[in-house]
Design a protein around this ligand. Structure first.
Ligand code: RTP
Ligand code: MG
Length: 159
């Protein structure tokens, strides 16, 4: 059977509290997702408790920005998305641009973080950094969702 040139992939994208706080930015990011041919498989608004934030960012425990990161990510509503398209992980990361806003403005002026990021922590969006992280993070945000089942049912549509 003929398939996508590149593999169909899922990624987990999050619009962080700084962006959700501004309705026009939230809307612009939502448009950006659709313009870039992502399929929104699932989405929901979510508010983290501090412990959710600590659990999600456990790998950064001890880093100088950990406290401010954990506090920020539990400071207000976020939007979480499961996004599908070819090479979803790298495409969404490319759209976001580098983590640090100053760097983003310098090397990726058209990126989301360059356009909307406030600081290196309040940087508008999150995106899984590999297919493995995507699987883990999708399970974190959408525990009832089965990647394997979705892939099986969705793939014919991409052939
Ligand atoms: P992410 O994990 O969110 O996709 O971002 P990333 O790989 O680009 O960045 P990472 O180094 O994993 O950092 C995770 C999140 O921590 C916040 N951060 N703040 N210097 C700072 O204040 C600082 N550095 C990182 C950001 O919110 C970043 O997305
Ligand atoms: Mg990271």
């Amino acid at each position: 059977t003929a398939r996508c040139a590149k593999a169909l992939q899922l990624t987990l994208a999050v619009i962080k509290p700084d962006a959700v706080a501004h309705p026009l930015i939230l809307e612009a990011l939502h448009q950006k997702i659709l313009e870039n041919k992502f399929i929104i498989v699932k989405s929901k608004e979510i508010v983290w408790q501090r412990r959710d934030s600590e659990r999600f960012y456990a790998e950064h425990k001890g880093r100088f920005f950990y406290q401010r990161l954990v506090e920020f990510m539990s400071s207000g509503p976020m939007w979480a998305y499961i996004l599908a398209r070819e090479e979803a992980v790298s495409h969404w990361r490319a759209l976001m641009g580098p983590t640090k806003v100053f760097r983003a403005r310098y090397v990726a002026p058209g990126s989301i973080r360059a356009g909307f990021g406030l600081t290196d922590t309040r940087n508008t969006t999150h995106g899984s950094d590999s297919e493995d992280s995507a699987r883990r993070e999708i399970a974190f945000f959408f525990p009832e969702f089965s990647v394997a089942e979705w892939m099986e049912s969705a793939e014919p549509a991409f052939r």
